[in-house]
Ligand binder design. Sequence first.
Ligand code: NAD
Length: 304
Amino acid sequence: MSTIAFIGLGNMGSPMAQNLLAAGFNVQVFDVDESATAQLVPFGAIAAGSLQEVVKGAETVITMLPAGKHVRSVYLGDLHGRVGLINLVEDKTFMIDSSTVDPDSARLVANEAANKGLEFVDAPVSGGVAGAQAATLTFIVGGTDAAFLRAKQVLSHLGRNVFHAGHAGDGQMAKICNNLMLGILMSGTCEALNLGIEHGLDPKVLSDIMLQSSGRNWALELYNPCPGVMPNAPASHHYSPGFMSKLMLKDLGLGVETALQTQTPVPMGTLARNLYAFHNANGNEALDFSSMFEFYQRQSKSSQ
Ligand code: NAD
């Protein structure tokens, strides 16, 4: 089996690396947090102490990093003298970034990689930690047709769906559009449920009605934000994530940033972004993003 270098072993990266090991790949791992690297060793991973070490002999590199600045620094190097992956990997090494970042960072890395004769794709994911653990993620790839096919061969071991969104950066843009809509949908679902509850409706009955009516949506169907309505949803488990509110704020922020670049109106996305900024500032950033329901409840007359 071929060798994969996996960089960034946090909430998402660690289970993804474990799934690659389970699929039979040789996996070399690196994280700036040494304990995160060490945790993968009992699963059969080879721990590396640097970027230089982790890419030795690897045909494919996958990164799962917090944000654009980390991705730019890991791939391109930085002002502190750190050398980036594009100057460290062997010829023909294929590079996949699954972090969620701004499309411009993805395009910059893709261009710089191409200048070195290397292939890079952006392949952000939808599906969260549960999807990473169960290898049911959706990957949204930006890159050439050939690079997409190459990425799919590896990513299909980590997810159920691998989409080709378009050119470099388009994977990130599609993911940003999806999460902009999700943030709006979740806020709207919380708003409608809370309004019904304030007028004496049973949230389960109201949810069942809306599920068979035109208000039906993903949040209502799979992720009901009102505690007790859906036993498996984060709402029924004290909003343990799931997908943290701080990550929803990050993604809505990327939505607003990209909208400013093209002067595209995103009034609903901007409002959702501001709701999450306010909600998170009140100490909720580590809760699941469906905890927005509590924001509505706290503002309601019956709770005052
Ligand atoms: P995380 O913060 O848990 O993990 C990121 C890891 O990257 C950390 O272990 C950190 O030490 C490591 N890291 C940072 N800089 C590094 C560097 N220079 N070299 C090597 N390692 C470095 O984040 P996460 O929740 O795993 O998310 C990763 C990415 O996936 C983010 O871009 C996030 O937006 C996206 N994402 C997360 C979720 C989710 O539910 N957590 C869902 C979809 C997408």
